[in-house]
Design a binder for this molecule. Structure first.
Ligand code: HDE
Length: 698
């Protein structure tokens, strides 16, 4: 790996640096062998990077030390404002490849030219926390993709949930203020479990559908590679005649959907705050390139008129059972950025970046977003030329008469910086083939601050979502609501939320009320439109969509001196051959000496590598080690947590005392290590049957 990153370095070679500045090699011979010369930003070679310039050895530092001043000044300005939302994120480069042309619907080349690999940059993020917050809070995840198409950049700036909290952009600052840390106390960080958030939600019934998703396991994903992505809003595809078809965009992970347990997510936050970033990085470095299918739901204005909801309302989704998702392409992420700041931090997404053949809908949330992102970049990146930063620059030619400004990097030639002009033959001109908007006939409503009546039903899809889940998933939603609302100090807020739940599903409301210790159900709030029962949509489940795969799974094997060599090696080989990753954990990082007297290297030390970072575990111990570790808290927690987090556990005879100490009872997911194939079968899934025996779910 070290070799790889060296190869990818952008640092000029010593020779090139010398050639560029045009002076001979003499000076550069002085730099240490093989390394480029250290210079100031003005190219002045530095002789001493350890000591500032002092008047005398023990005297004051001199103002004339331009080397010190330049270095410190630059350092002082290293940070730029973090994103107000989605501050914490991880990104990667890759490509998009279309398999099925949509030329019947659109002229966009990215959606019509099959087999072409279009470069992309993709950034995943949490929403509420700051840039340094942990990767695994309960939170919506951003899923933003910049396609560098031949017709300019197309940014599909979506989330891992297909609906949103609010219907109108004007409520976004309120929503974000409410979810972020409370302004007087500066906490909680990256958590929606507090009064302000639930107070706002309890007064915004339109958020109820999103709340069902937010309280589901979708917001505690196991890996960024195991999340779906959604463009959320309806967009339009435009054909050569300018006719429009509505479209919703979908990303489907090749590894299937997979989430953590809540208790596990909390513990991961402590043991590896960078869990998702590290997982994405490691997968790409080892060549397991994360991949998503790209799908579209296509529908006409006439079809939309028949839906029992308004597709322009971003708190609604279009059930796949109503409009199927057609898979038309894929995205592969195959390159980690060279530099986190230059790329992942400076990437500037904007939903207004679209290419000819794609257009917006009138979704009032999307319309507000079209303003916000460019505006936010001006503050974050400091001026109007951020499109010149390599990660943001189109990979096709681009030219216009926009000039100058803060941090201008380009040097346009010639005297013409206006249009129309006749003085310069190579001055850029518009073309009829350029971007055109859909000629949408205006409807005859009056101007005003009016919420469309078709947006008034706030509960039917929340109900559909809840009732479409498996029993386990419903229990998790109820449990999450109880957890979050138990952190809310104000009883009336808790009551208002449960009141809304009564419109979603009475049983859910009762479970949550009981979990909160309410003596009676709160009153049902009045509604503008009575909710309807929509047919359930099993496509909304996680469990139903999980793939029985070992790819992307990670198995931890706990060993110590004397562990049976044959068992350890057989487990490791079988799991690796089946596509899983295997990591050896030992009490000491130096590894262990197995029963055949050969050493085995450890990937992690027991206390620093808890079982929460694995999908399944094996415990292979000599009887002496098994007894000793049964008295070691880190080892006891290791097995107790693996069991509590519903993971498959393989064990051998020597591991029995440790399993007992960890309260591991035998069940279908606790298997003899010798039975490798049964263990691997169990690794591919969580042991859901175990859960009710362990945990009181609401
Ligand atoms: Fe964003 N959003 N958003 N958002 N959003 C930003 O832009 C905004 C919304 C989403 O990895 C900001 O560059 C408004 C929905 C992602 O860099 C900002 C509204 C969806 C990212 C902004 C929304 C998103 C952002 C902050 C309501 C899913 C991170 C920094 C009208 C479809 C992109 C920035 C990245 C980032 C505004 C609602 C997704 C402030 C006003 C709905 C994935 O401009």
């Amino acid at each position: 790996m070290a070799q790889k990153s060296k190869d990818r370095s952008n640092a000029p070679s010593r020779k090139n640096a010398a050639d560029k500045r045009g002076y001979g090699d003499e000076l550069h011979q002085l730099a240490s062998d093989g390394h480029p010369l250290l210079t100031t930003n003005q190219g002045i070679p530095v002789a001493d990077n350890q000591n500032s310039l002092r008047a005398t050895p023990r005297g004051p530092t001199l103002l004339e030390d331009f080397i010190l001043r330049e270095k410190i000044t630059h350092f002082d300005h290293e940070r730029i404002p973090e994103r107000i939302v989605h501050a914490r994120g991880s990104g990667a480069h890759g490509y998009f490849e279309l398999a099925k042309s949509l030329k019947k619907y659109t002229t966009a080349r990215i959606l019509t030219e099959t087999g072409v690999r279009t470069p992309v940059f993709c950034r995943f993020s949490t929403v509420a926390g700051g840039a340094g917050s942990v990767d695994t809070p309960r939170d919506v995840r951003g899923f933003a993709v910049k396609f560098y198409t031949q017709e300019g950049n197309w940014d599909l700036v979506g989330n891992n949930i297909p609906v949103f909290f609010i219907q109108d952009a004007i409520k976004f600052p309120d929503l974000v203020h409410a979810v972020k840390m409370e302004p007087d106390r500066g906490f909680p960080q990256a958590a929606s479990a507090h009064d302000n958030f639930w107070d706002f939600i309890s007064l915004m019934p339109e958020s109820m559908h999103m709340i069902m998703w937010a309280m589901s396991d979708r917001t505690i994903p196991r890996s960024l590679r195991m999340m779906e992505g959604f463009g959320i809003h309806s967009f339009r595809l435009l054909d050569a005649k300018g006719s429009s078809t509505f479209v919703k965009f979908h990303w489907r992970p090749k590894l299937g959907l997979q989430s953590t347990c809540w208790d596990e997510a909390v513990k991961i936050a402590g043991s590896d705050p960078d869990f998702h970033r590290r997982d994405l990085f490691e997968a790409i470095q080892r060549g397991d390139f994360p991949e998503w299918e790209f799908g579209v739901q296509l529908f006409t204005e006439e079809q939309a008129a028949q839906f029992p909801f308004d597709h322009l309302d971003p708190t609604k989704l279009i059930p796949e059972e109503l409009v199927p998702v057609q898979i038309v392409g894929r995205m592969v992420l195959d390159r980690w950025p060279d530099n986190f700041f230059a790329e992942t931090e400076q990437v500037a997404f904007c939903p207004a970046n679209i290419v000819p053949g794609i257009d917006f809908s009138n979704d009032p949330l999307l319309q507000g977003r079209l303003f916000s992102y460019l505006d936010t970049q001006l503050t974050r990146l400091g001026g109007p030329n951020f499109h010149q930063i390599p990660v943001n620059a189109p990979k096709c030619p681009f030219a216009n008469q926009q000039r100058d400004g803060h941090m201008q990097m380009s040097q346009p030639k010639g005297r013409v910086n206006y249009e129309p002009s006749s003085l310069q033959g190579d001055s850029p001109r518009a073309t009829p083939a350029g971007y055109r908007s859909f000629a949408e006939p205006a409807d005859d409503g009056a101007k005003g601050r009016i919420r469309a009546e078709s947006f008034a039903d706030h509960y039917s899809q929340a109900r559909m979502f809840y009732r479409s889940q498996t029993g386990i998933e419903q229990a998790h939603i109820a449990f999450a609501l109880v957890f979050e609302l138990s952190k809310v100090e104000t009883p009336t807020v808790r009551e208002r939320v449960v009141g809304h739940l009564r419109h979603v599903d009475d049983d859910l409301a009762k479970r949550v009320a009981a979990g909160l210790g309410m003596h009676a159900l709160p009153p049902v709030p009045p509604v503008a439109v009575k909710p309807i029962d929509m047919p359930p949509s099993p496509a909304l489940q996680i469990i139903g969509k999980a793939k029985h795969l070992l790819e992307g799974r990670c198995v931890g094997i706990l060993v110590d001196d004397g562990s049976d060599a044959t068992t350890v090696r057989a487990l490791r080989k079988a799991a690796t051959d089946a596509g899983a990753m295997v990591k050896i954990v030992a009490p000491r990082i130096g590894g262990a000496k197995l029963s055949d007297n050969k050493g085995i290297a450890a990937n992690g030390q027991l206390a620093g590598t808890p079982s929460v970072v694995f999908d399944a575990v094996a415990v292979v111990l000599s009887s002496a080690a098994g007894k000793a570790l049964a008295k070691e808290a880190a080892a006891v927690d290791w097995v107790r947590d693996a069991y509590g987090h519903l993971k498959a556990i393989a064990f051998d005879e020597g591991a029995q005392p440790l399993l007992q100490a960890g309260g591991v009872a035998k069940d279908a997911g606790v298997l003899k290590a010798a039975n490798v194939s049964a263990f691997l079968e169990a690794v591919a899934t969580r042991q859901w049957d175990r859960e009710p025996k362990l945990r009181t779910l609401a």
